[in-house]
Design a protein around this ligand. Structure first.
Ligand SMILES: [Zn+2]
Length: 84
């Protein structure tokens, strides 16, 4: 039994399609290979957004993080009674 991929339009075996319960035939409409390509391109498209989000988060929390590490350093210092 073969099934045509909606993306590359190649006819492939059902084994080449991921299972998908919400699909009428129980299989994804695109083959595993195309799904992988789709996933990769999604990541590439969103990579910059993810990166800039992390940067924004860092900038937003920079002061807080600094304060946090400072206070941690201080508390470390005051409580550091290193045994000789
Ligand atoms: Zn395909």
């Amino acid at each position: 039994m073969d099934k045509m991929c909606n993306r590359c339009c190649e006819t492939k075996l059902y084994a080449d399609f991921a299972k998908n319960k919400s699909s009428p035939d129980g299989y994804s409409s695109i083959c595993k290979k195309c799904k992988n390509i789709q996933k990769k391109s999604y990541r590439l498209e969103h990579q910059d957004k993810i990166k800039s989000y992390a940067k924004e988060y860092y900038l937003e929390n920079q002061e807080r993080l600094k304060e946090y590490s400072k206070s941690r350093y201080k508390s470390n210092e005051s409580s550091s009674e290193e045994p000789e």
